[in-house]
Design a protein around this ligand. Structure first.
Ligand SMILES: C[S@@+](CC[C@H](N)C(=O)[O-])C[C@H]1O[C@@H](n2cnc3c(N)ncnc32)[C@H](O)[C@@H]1O
Length: 204
């Protein structure tokens, strides 16, 4: 697995992520939108599920069959504690084709930790793993950089970001026909406001 550091960044961040990023209303509303469109028991992939909060818990509480994938054992331990029920797997996001078919996928602030070339390949693999209405929820930060080194909550990592129109184009080219993008401002770590992009996409 290609990571910048021997230890996944989120092993160093752990609980501090949820403590610092508390403005989750939009993410919760997006997930509610998805839940309304899925039958009970639908299989949903949570890519980079982190601590399981708020999304894996919201999905599993709605009666969905959730597979949560993350590269950080620390985050997966938090997820098993705070959001029990999903099938949690320690794996790289890029291995999407190994986990079978899904009715929907969510990737909240996780693909942004990959290089752009890997984001684009992973989005295509996600599209190919989806069946039925092929629903995808995605969130990213707004920007224009590829594998940019940052220090996030004290952990060295990298972030990639697109301007809104380019992100829409990338998602469309990955095989999603109906892409709706909205922008919000939020404080993801103390004192730093960022513009966040939320997309609802339907596969073609
Ligand atoms: C910013 S957190 C978001 C967590 C969660 N989706 C949320 O909304 O709170 C990004 C998560 O993606 C995971 N992640 C980053 N790169 C990954 C990779 N290549 N494979 C698997 N997980 C990865 C991190 O470990 C972390 O838990």
């Amino acid at each position: 697995m290609a990571t910048q550091n021997p230890v996944p960044a989120f092993d160093l961040i752990g609980r501090r992520y949820d403590e610092s990023f508390v403005e989750r209303d939009v993410q919760i509303a997006e997930t509610a939108w998805l839940i309304e469109r899925l039958p009970a028991g639908a299989r949903v992939l949570d890519l980079g599920c982190g601590s399981g909060m708020p999304t894996a818990k919201q999905l599993v509480d709605a009666g969905l069959a959730v597979v949560g994938v993350d590269e950080s054992p620390v985050m997966l331990d938090l997820a098993r504690e705070q959001a029990p029920g999903p099938d949690y797997r320690l794996a790289d996001l890029r291995a999407v084709s190994e986990w079978g078919e899904f009715d929907a996928a969510v990737a909240f602030f996780s693909l942004l930790m990959l290089p752009k070339s890997a984001i684009e390949q992973t989005l295509r693999a996600v599209r190919d793993s989806l069946r039925g209405p092929r629903l995808l929820l995605l969130s990213m930060v707004q920007g224009d950089f590829d594998t940019f080194p940052v220090n996030f909550l004290g952990a060295p990592t990298t972030v990639s970001a697109y301007p809104p129109d380019e992100l829409k184009r990338v998602v469309t080219e990955a095989g999603f026909g109906d892409v709706e993008l909205r922008e919000f401002e939020a404080e993801a770590e103390p004192g730093r406001i960022e513009v966040q992009l939320y997309l609802r996409a339907v596969g073609t």
